[in-house]
Design a protein around this ligand. Sequence first.
Ligand SMILES: [Zn+2]
Length: 584
Amino acid sequence: MRLARFMGRRSAAAPRVADASLPASRYMAAQAGALPDTEALLALKPALRRSLSTEFGVESLAARICPVELEDDSTAIFALAEHVGSDQANELARRMEKAGYAAATPSRYVLNASLLLAVARDAFRSPQWVAQSAHGRGALAEAFHELVEWGVTNRASDLHLNVNLHEAESEVKYTLCGRYVAPECFRRMPTRTLMEMLSVAWMDISGGNGAVFDPGAEQQGSLSRMYAGREVMLRWASMASEKGPSVCLRLLEKNRAASIPPLEALGYLPDQIGMLEQALCSGGGAVVFAGTVGSGKSTTLASLIARLPADRKVITIEDPVEYTIPGAIQNSVARRLDADAHAAFATKLRTLKRSAMSDVLLGEVRDRETGLAFMDLAGSGVNVYTTVHAPSAAFIPERLASDFIGVSRDFLAMPGTLKLLVWQALLPRLCACALPPDAAAGAGAGAGLGHHTERWLEELAAAFPGPLELLRMRNREGCPACRKQGLRELFGYDGRSVAAEMIEPRLHPHLLDWVRHRGRGTHPAPTHSAMASAMAGAYRGIFDPSDIERHFHSFATESRLRGMSPSAAGGGEPDGFAQGKVLP
Ligand SMILES: [Zn+2]
């Protein structure tokens, strides 16, 4: 009798003993039936009638275990292979028995994740489901794959899945060329499908917090997949928002050694590349990059490190490694909030200090822990390259010295600690179909142009004098080359390009004094020279001046700011690094 039960041959009429009366480990998963695909599920005899997960209040387990009723009134447990013999499955079997349900033979089945979810939500009967999963892959996994693939193909940096539980349809958006856009092909995404898709996708997450996708929690993790022959890492960050979970997936192509663009291609100007190369050659000290999220800081860092000569030993600590840099010893250290992550970082750092390297790329300085690491490394004579969030190059030391990060002001003000400060932005680059301002205004294009064009050009010239006839503006109608993604927002553009400002602190003692004395007095750099660098691009026809205004501030504001600055009033602005002069 006992053996028969183990073999799953117990008939519905036979006296039943709850599985859970046995130790959990005694249910042998091998005895469970298998339903490997939709065909097998549809061929099940007696046929599947409905999910009982609502009845037993176990919807939250639906991604792992689901109780079901079959057409002959008997019941079974469908589960993932690793859960079919779990304590939870045993407990559920006991409750089903207690509720008077007869167990089918066999009483448990193993299903894959997407099939299990479809069963749990009674979605398995829908024709789309059957049609799509007939290819052997779950429809949901397939649909998720499709969303990511579109992003990879179109070089999106992020995929955003914004579930709105109050509406029947939810939002699928991408960040493409720095713009937050919704492609027509993914409009009208059913909320329910999107939720199920996220649950299925989360199952492949590694290093995530939580065994299942939880719409009410902040979750983070990552997963790697192949898309069109390229290995792509998805970094998952979900936010439990008012309307429902909002998931942001950063798309990071792995092993991009071949595709690290040279600094020239990123949009750095020749004299700026000269400054970066000088910084690479001089020994010790830090090169620190700042910029907003998605401003391409890590790409520039990779490009910079790739320029180092072979006789330098380079070690990186990144979260995660984004580019394979030839010759560098790279480390991915996930900086989560838990104790394990802190321990892993500390261990890595200890080993790093005994590795006799000349150069270290420290992905980001963002808290006390990384702040200490920065001081430790930059103080020990190695070359440090890192990133920090700051509103301009001149504010980088201030950010490092903030209470949040806590790098010592005296240390930062010491000549040689900060070798080069760089702030960069990515601006949309004009397509070859761009137009001169009068033509663009004549075509009814250009925000705030029209009959204001002349006045606007005057303001532009007052703030940034230059050859106005070389300016170009976006052609909003686009051309065949820039219309291929089908996104109106991107018509007239051809990717993005860097606008950067650079400060060599040792040439600007006022800035270091200002850092040392806790920022007393006026900040020595009230305006952005990155705007001037962007305008140098505008005078070469690369950027639309109205995009530059949108990214920084209006030309009129720029003139007013300079009117207020101490240098314009004959005061003490140091060395002109903040002046709006257009770089050659
Ligand atoms: Zn075009």
